[in-house]
Design a protein around this ligand. Structure first.
Ligand code: SF4
Length: 125
């Protein structure tokens, strides 16, 4: 389908992308609620698994932005399956970093709070 000469995303791909956006929003909303004291037991269990996983990386905002910038077209095309893109760079914990999964590229603290999200390596569901 096209509109004004530009292709629109339709069908299953569009639904999958919308689901992913919903999951991301849910993850960050529940993460904020968790920081305000709401207990999400499943998120704690998932985080415990992620904490011992070799696929964790710690990135500064500018480092994650650089990866996004390098992969922007592929990220837009594959938003629902980012695990198919090249891994995020592996970096140690430093000041002013956030924890990401090198495989699915998600912010781990938000991901573990999003009920529908799954570990790309099937360590948790
Ligand atoms: S989501 Fe899965 S693969 Fe990614 S860091 Fe957590 S346990 Fe590891």
């Amino acid at each position: 389908m096209s509109c004004c000469g530009k292709k629109l995303i339709t069908g299953e791909s569009a639904i999958a992308k919308l689901e992913k956006i919903k999951n991301i929003a849910e993850g960050f909303t529940k993460l904020a609620a968790s920081r305000a004291g709401v207990n999400f037991e499943y998120a704690k269990e998932r985080l415990a698994i992620c904490q011992s996983c070799e696929n964790v990386t710690w990135l500064k905002d500018r480092e994650f932005a650089a990866w996004l910038n390098e992969n922007k077209i592929e990220v837009l095309k594959s938003l629902e399956s980012l695990d198919k893109l090249s891994d995020l760079p592996k970096k140690p914990h430093r000041a002013l970093t956030r924890r990401y999964c090198v495989k699915c590229k998600c912010n781990i603290m938000a991901k573990v709070h999003s009920k529908e999200e799954k570990c790309p390596e099937k360590w948790w569901e």
